[in-house]
Write a protein that binds this ligand. Sequence first.
Ligand SMILES: Cc1cc2nc3c(=O)[nH]c(=O)nc-3n(C[C@H](O)[C@H](O)[C@H](O)COP(=O)(O)O)c2cc1C
Length: 225
Amino acid sequence: MKRRDFIRLTGMGTLGLLFTGCGIFSDKAASPAVAAENAGSAAEGIKGKKILVAFFSRKGDNYEVGYIEKGNTHILADMIAEELPGADMFEIKTVKEYAADYRACTEEAKAEKEQDARLQLASKVENFQAYDIVFLGYPIWWSDLPMPVYTFMESYDWQGKTVIPFCTSAGDVMTGLEDRAIPRYARGAQVKLPGMGVSGKRVQEEPEGVRPQVKAWLNKLGYNH
Ligand SMILES: Cc1cc2nc3c(=O)[nH]c(=O)nc-3n(C[C@H](O)[C@H](O)[C@H](O)COP(=O)(O)O)c2cc1C
């Protein structure tokens, strides 16, 4: 599904147009091919590196999947961590709970995006400075990263760390903002692309079909073991 269809189906037309105006919602920005162009050429292994898989994900009623007990991005994060022996996981959680109702949540998120809000997070990563590589996962919210992920990025010193983004959404895409937003808010981080963008519905309903894609992506990054 294309992002435009998502906007149409959820009645987000007005804000969608706004994104177009900002250049955020352009087809170029949404194209996974753009991220692929930035792929690191030299495959650098993960031997001896300390890895964190950090993710934000929401359970409850969601787009095209009904009520879910485990968020789509959470499932993808688990799959990535399973391929990276010794990796730690961290769930980015807000103090406030987002509405379980899908439409109510889209309204909350819309207001937060418009205010460029910084949500208070419920916990911090222990010993963050010890990590070399951070896989950072999130659902696409309003063609952007959810606001709590910005709080997360701003909460640490990222000097010397490599960040590899992954996300779920209505389609198999990234936001297209990763190469700019991550170094800007996770100051000092080096972003390694391509990230991985997968349809949340597919992750939720056909995880075994997504797993080989995860393996191939990690191989391409040189992060296979
Ligand atoms: C508040 C909100 C905003 C969303 N905005 C978008 C969007 O702009 N584009 C898109 O493709 N999907 C959008 N979605 C769909 C989610 O990205 C998708 O369902 C994702 O897989 C949810 O991941 P999670 O279960 O880990 O939270 C939105 C969903 C929510 C709840």
